[in-house]
Design a protein around this ligand. Structure first.
Ligand SMILES: [Zn+2]
Length: 469
């Protein structure tokens, strides 16, 4: 799960929504107990890339649970891939003319070193209303919540018109090879609900829901290497050209460069909605002005000065690693740097590399794309009215009438692979956390258990609306 931090979200604007939370959502005692039980079992399996990777066991655990809940074994496919595996489970809809709804998540987790943690990362612990363990927030708990809600829906006798597909990848945190394979296999889907997506925010003070975000686009992660080579020689006899100096000149120009500010439907809606929650009037005005005119110089200055907002304005590229030279007393034969870019949807990696080369204005510098196969260009998903309406209804039923804020992530999730194939994908986890509870990929990862009940309500509503008609 990727929690979206809003730049300095306002308290004033938020008290209003927090105080208007409606009555608690329905209890589903059986499903609630299963969510906790299955989340604990999944966390206990060390599904980390490399030797002893237990992702296939997580897939087997989920498969058995689905079979016990009425799925036909032949509708569940576990596909091994290197040390991992992916899972596809189908619940057939009654109308074969409708394209399937895919529920996406991942079963792998980021490495965790037990010595660094207060509690063992692979021993699930319930304490003070939290479930602790690697994968609690990214994303085993949410994957289980989405699955158990589907089981509950089936138990209630619901008959979907559209086929519902659970599609859980096995290497989202690393190479994304299974993510790519799944998207290719499910490219005929109507829509993807990626539950490893954006989530809601709870108040630090009251613990009440403040707002909920969904993710409709993401920037593309790309690494370029820029290299200058030189015949070199003895440092006592300098040549007019020097690889380190030439690379430095190119990097200074790249560092100072600002890419064209841009908007798409998702970011325009983000600026508009987020401005309503922004406490700082200067920032709120900049957000509104930028949504109206992305070339407004005053708005750009404010938004680019804040690390929380600069990435939403345009493509960004920044030097992140540097190497050069081979001896203290030799002219450098080689100097190189890594430039990490987050490309705004709608541009190709070739286009941005060409732009960087132009900015560097250094004929001796050679550019190459060193990203590899784990990233791809993906357009923003459209603001589909059926998804937006279903999300509003589900969130309101679960959490009350909180503001919904669309967002564009800085990359990268499994949604990227679907979007690249033209399938709309929406990051939309049910859960809400405090900003201070965000420990995804970090130490002492946890999720508040208060998410279980509203989460089931949320997914029941989403599935009924998106698959029922
Ligand atoms: Zn994740």
């Amino acid at each position: 799960m990727r929690h979206i931090l809003l730049p300095a979200a306002s308290l004033a604007a938020i008290v209003l929504s927090a105080s208007s939370v409606q009555a608690a959502p329905t209890a589903y005692p059986d499903a609630e107990a299963h969510v906790l039980d299955m989340a604990k079992k999944a966390i206990a399996l060390r599904s980390v890339e490399g030797e002893g990777n237990q992702t296939p066991q997580v897939a087997a655990l989920f498969k058995q649970r689905l079979i016990d809940a009425g799925w036909d074994a032949k509708d569940i496919d576990i596909v091994p891939y290197k040390d991992t595996a992916y899972l596809i489970a189908i619940w057939k809809g009654s109308d074969p003319s409708l394209k399937p709804l895919v529920v996406s998540a991942h079963m792998d987790v980021v490495e965790a070193k037990p010595a660094d943690w207060e509690r063992d990362p692979f021993t699930p612990v319930v304490e003070n209303g939290y479930l602790y363990g690697r994968g609690a927030s990214d994303t085993k708990f949410e994957a289980v919540l989405a699955m158990e809600s589907m089981i509950e829906l089936r138990k209630q006798g619901f008959k979907p018109k559209r086929t519902l597909v659970i599609a859980y990848s096995g290497d989202e945190e690393t190479s994304m090879a299974t993510s790519k394979l799944i998207a290719e296999r499910l490219k005929n889907a109507e829509l993807v609900l990626n539950v490893d997506g954006a989530s809601g925010t709870l108040s630090e003070e009251t613990g009440k829901p403040l707002f909920w975000t969904w993710q409709g686009a993401e920037k593309t992660y790309i690494d370029y290497e820029i290299t200058v080579t030189n015949p070199g020689g003895h440092s006592s006899a300098p040549r007019p050209d020097n690889a380190i100096v030439q690379l430095s000149e190119a990097l200074v120009r790249i560092g100072a460069y600002k890419f064209k500010p841009e908007l798409n439907d998702v970011t325009r809606a983000y600026w508009t909605e987020a401005s309503k929650l922004e406490a700082d009037p200067k920032k709120a005005k900049a957000m509104r002005d930028f949504a109206a005119n992305p070339n407004d110089p005053a708005a750009l200055e404010v938004l680019r000065a804040d690390p929380a907002s600069v990435g939403r304005v345009s493509t960004t590229c920044v030097p992140t690693m540097l190497s050069g030279g081979h001896a203290r007393n030799a002219l450098p034969q080689r100097a190189s740097a890594n430039i990490n870019c987050r490309i705004f949807p709608g541009h190709t990696r070739e286009e941005i590399m060409a732009e960087l080369a132009k900015v560097a204005a250094m004929p001796a510098a050679k550019f190459s794309d060193v990203t590899g196969d784990d990233s791809t260009m993906a357009p923003a998903s459209p603001m589909r009215p059926d998804f937006v309406a279903a999300a509003r209804k589900a969130v309101t039923a679960a959490w009350g009438p909180v503001p919904l804020i669309p967002s564009q992530a800085s990359g990268a999730s499994d949604s990227m692979w679907y979007r690249a194939l033209g399938v709309p994908s929406y990051g939309a986890a049910a859960s809400m956390i405090k900003d201070s509870d965000e420990f995804s990929h970090g130490l002492n990862e946890r999720i508040p258990l208060l998410n279980i009940r509203p989460g089931i309500t949320y997914y029941l509503s989403m599935y009924k609306d998106l698959a029922g008609k």
